[in-house]
Design a binder for this molecule. Structure first.
Ligand code: KIV
Length: 271
């Protein structure tokens, strides 16, 4: 059952306090009821209903095709499961880049229909007006800088970002501007660890890294990647906490074999 954000244990304010006392913040993606329940029980601080659902749930090459209706469906499923973590929902590509009015409409739809706690948006100066308008409605916003997968066709590659001074300086300026605008945290994706350290030290709001090194205030991974469900994706930053691809495969193979042999169901598995 959704408990609503008023009873949420982790709040944006608590995240700020965690940074202040040097307590690391854990964040993981989830897209469905069953796995969100387990993630909640594990004690995660933030669940991100990421638009990476486009990749790991729907099999798309990029995050671009996922729609706002699909994101709301995933967010509703997660919200029915969780009590403790703050739930952040990615605003999907095309729902906020165009104009601030449309951005506000999209964010309000996500918050009203999913009852999640916050939205996440990719980009800096170029989307600042939309960020400010959404914040002015009272919706908490998490920023996302560095490798921003919704811009993959501009970058042309998923390689590490901001290695050059000019891009690193722009990232720092964007991070400061997002904090000034009122964002409660910023995801830093695939940037040099030294740059993430500089940003984390300059900001009072928490940074959450993915491929951004150990000095971020928190870390995020995509659930399917850290579980080893996706056996074709092995970037350097990914630590696998399981080999679920093999576990699933073994279970499915055993089931097929048991059905074929007539071993399943047995006497005690029938009425
Ligand atoms: O969509 C997603 O899963 C994300 C994380 C990689 C931060 O944005």
């Amino acid at each position: 059952m959704s408990t609503g954000s008023s009873t949420r244990v982790i709040t944006t304010h608590k995240l700020l306090e965690m940074k202040q006392r040097g307590e690391k913040i854990s964040m993981l993606t989830a897209y469905d009821y069953t796995s969100a329940r387990i993630v909640d029980q594990a004690g995660i601080d933030i669940i991100l209903v990421g638009d990476s659902a486009a990749n790991v749930m729907a099999g798309h090459e990029t995050t671009l095709p996922i729609t706002i209706d699909q994101m709301i469906y995933h967010a509703q499923s997660v919200m029915r499961a969780v009590k403790n973590p703050l739930v952040v929902v990615d605003m999907p590509f095309g729902t906020y880049q165009g104009n601030p009015k449309e951005a506000v409409r999209s964010a309000i739809r996500i918050m009203k229909e999913s009852e999640a706690d916050a939205v996440k948006m990719e980009g800096g100066a170029e989307i600042m007006e939309s960020v400010e308008r959404i914040l002015s409605t009272g919706i908490p916003v998490m920023g996302h800088l560095g490798l921003t997968p919704q811009s993959i066709h501009k970058f042309g590659t998923y390689a590490v970002r901001a290695k050059e001074e000019a891009e690193a300086n722009k990232l720092i300026e964007d991070a400061i501007a997002l904090e000034k605008a009122g964002c409660f945290a910023i995801v830093l994706e695939k940037i040099p660890a030294a740059l993430a350290k500089r940003v984390s030290e300059q900001l009072s709001i928490p940074t959450i890294g993915i491929g951004a090194g150990k000095w971020c205030d928190g870390q995020v991974l995509v659930m399917h990647d850290m579980l080893g469900l996706n056996n074709t994706f092995s970037p350097r930053f990914l630590r696998r906490y399981g080999n679920m691809y093999e576990e699933y495969l073994k279970a499915f193979q055993n089931y097929v074999a048991d059905v074929k042999s007539g071993d399943f169901p047995n006497e005690s598995e029938q009425y």
